[in-house]
Design a protein around this ligand. Structure first.
Ligand code: BG6
Length: 296
């Protein structure tokens, strides 16, 4: 079911009608490619991405768990993105079956070493599915399997890097009038004033209590990405711009122009699970010609 990817890391390739496809690395449970019906890549992966543990892959869809950013004592964005996941052939049934789609089920459970840094037993199941129209769906189910009776809390993000024509041609809609925490201003809280988010310099914000749908409109490409999410109230918008780009060793100096991160997340309010409880967080991505996108 798997084949060899960069540096011999194992990956799974999903295919749908025409040239729609997706690739998932077991390293990180990380989606690194999502192609439309013409075979065009829709996710950004850096030319300098290092496909080698323990560095997370720069681009695609890293999974931030059990901690987003440095909101806690763990390493930045938690450890799920730099662990090797396993394929699960017969997972417990999903609430909504995915039977007519190409999909793969992965699972991550903690090692002895992980339990030393985060002393909680969990099962993290990730299903990556490609819809018949080429939509990409990620469903995460996280279960507390602690036997000591203790609950645990976590923050989470699907850290999606979208491929765009040019950052100056892009706007993000659906977050207007919302409150956000500005990562560049000591995480102070502000209210978005613009009609849409446009990019003129480094931007790193956590929008709070967002609608379940966000649009990323690429004027030059005449393409709109629609992000639909469930169980994930927040949304991070990030572009490193030139200085931060230069400071990242696994990112090209000019690559900030070709990417934007819009991340479905649960950050402001931690998710808490009692033993036996399970949480589900969903992400659904589609790419449509902007002329089809009505904003509904
Ligand atoms: C974003 C954060 O989600 O991820 C940024 O808001 C951070 O602050 C970025 O710089 C990249 O993080 P990393 O650990 O992948 O370099």
């Amino acid at each position: 079911q798997t084949c060899k990817g960069v540096n011999g890391l194992e990956k799974v390739v999903l295919r749908e009608v025409r040239s729609c496809s997706a690739e998932v690395y077991l390293y990180g449970g990380h989606v690194t490619s999502w192609k439309d019906e013409h075979g065009e890549e829709l996710l950004f992966v850096s030319n300098k991405a290092i496909f080698k543990p323990p560095k997370a892959i720069r681009g695609g869809i890293p999974i931030c768990f059990p901690q987003f950013s440095n909101f806690g004592n763990l390493e930045q964005h938690g450890f799920a993105r730099n662990r090797t996941w396993s394929i699960e052939n017969d997972p417990p049934p999903f609430p909504v079956p995915t039977s007519n789609r190409a999909y793969v089920d992965l699972i991550l459970t903690p090692t002895e070493e992980d339990l030393k840094i985060w002393p909680h037993s969990f099962e993290f199941r990730l299903r990556v599915a490609l819809g018949p129209g080429g939509d990409l769906m990620l469903t995460s189910r996280i279960r507390n399997t602690n036997t000591d009776g203790k609950p645990f809390s976590f923050t989470f993000a699907y850290h999606t890097y979208f491929s765009i024509s040019d950052i100056s041609e892009v706007r993000v809609e659906g977050l207007e009038t919302l409150d956000y925490l500005d990562n560049l201003q000591e995480r102070n809280r502000y209210t978005e004033q613009g009609d849409a988010i446009v990019f003129e310099s480094e931007l790193d914000r956590i929008y709070l209590g967002t609608p379940s749908k966000i649009a990323i409109i690429d004027h030059e490409k005449k393409r709109t990405f629609v992000v639909r999410k469930g169980g994930l109230p927040d949304a991070v918008v990030w572009n490193p711009w030139d200085k931060k780009a230069k400071a990242m060793s696994d990112f090209g100096d000019d690559e900030y122009k070709r990417m934007v991160c819009v991340e479905a997340a649960a950050i402001e309010k931690q998710i808490t699970l009692k033993p036996g409880e399970e949480w589900t967080g969903k992400l659904e991505l589609s790419a449509v010609p902007s002329s089809y996108y009505s904003g509904q």
